[in-house]
Write a protein that binds this ligand. Structure first.
Ligand SMILES: [Ca+2]
Ligand SMILES: [Ca+2]
Length: 225
């Protein structure tokens, strides 16, 4: 008799746990699906990491060669602050690549969905300059602020990007396999001697409204004070 009671209690507990795990969403929750996502296509010569609204969304899986396109699904939310760190392959001491014999060049282009793309109104700042032949300092490093990727970072004194022709940046042939239509190749004012560049832009899109509602975001341990 005691064994039967224990069994009944156990079945009840497992049943209650299953209900908590799998059902009973609050009525206001609307899950997004893949049709709500857009494709993010990025090409950086040579490497990048990209944040949207303060969160790391994409990082180039190949640091140097071969030149590659990164293409990932993104669930868009507006206003959208995009912040990108892009790096040409350059030695921190000599500013050169391939055993310090060659000055490499940079370049960056992005398209997200149909409407968001790298353009002349993006902001940019260089944090690693060189090599500057004949000068006392061959390279110059500017400290990168810890919060460069956050929504509230103050970039008001940053300049605008410089736009380059595709023939100057020379993306790899696989570039043709992805949608970059309408996007501009950008960098700062020197494609060769500016090696680490941060781009920032904010797209307001006031008409936009999320179709979904996933409720209050789960708290991450690293965000708890
Ligand atoms: Ca370079
Ligand atoms: Ca390069």
């Amino acid at each position: 008799m005691v064994r039967v009671s224990v069994l009944v209690v156990c079945i009840f507990c497992v049943s209650a746990l299953s209900a908590q795990r799998r059902g009973g969403l609050p009525a206001h929750i609307v899950k997004p699906n893949m049709a709500d996502t857009v494709k993010l296509n990025v090409y950086a010569d040579n490497w990048f990491k990209l944040y949207i609204n303060g969160k790391l969304v994409a990082i180039d899986s190949i640091e140097f060669m071969p030149h590659n396109i990164v293409s990932v699904d993104v669930l868009p939310e507006f206003p959208m602050t995009i912040a990108v760190m892009a790096r040409d392959n350059a030695d921190a001491i000599t500013g050169k690549e391939y055993e310090h014999v060659q000055i490499g060049d940079g370049g960056f282009i992005l398209k997200l969905g149909d409407d968001v793309m790298s353009s002349p109104d993006w902001k940019a700042k260089c944090f690693f300059f060189g090599p500057m032949e004949g000068e006392k300092e061959v390279v110059r490093h500017v400290p990168i602020p810890d919060d460069w990727f956050t929504i509230d970072f103050d970039d008001r004194d940053w300049g605008l990007v410089t736009v380059y022709e595709e023939s100057v940046v020379r993306p790899p042939s696989v570039f043709r396999d992805y949608d970059f239509g309408g996007a501009s190749f950008v960098w700062t004012s020197d494609l060769d001697l500016h090696n680490t560049v941060i781009f920032r832009t904010t797209i307001e899109n006031p008409e936009w409204e999320a179709r979904w509602n996933t409720g209050t975001p789960a708290r991450r341990i690293e965000d708890l004070k």
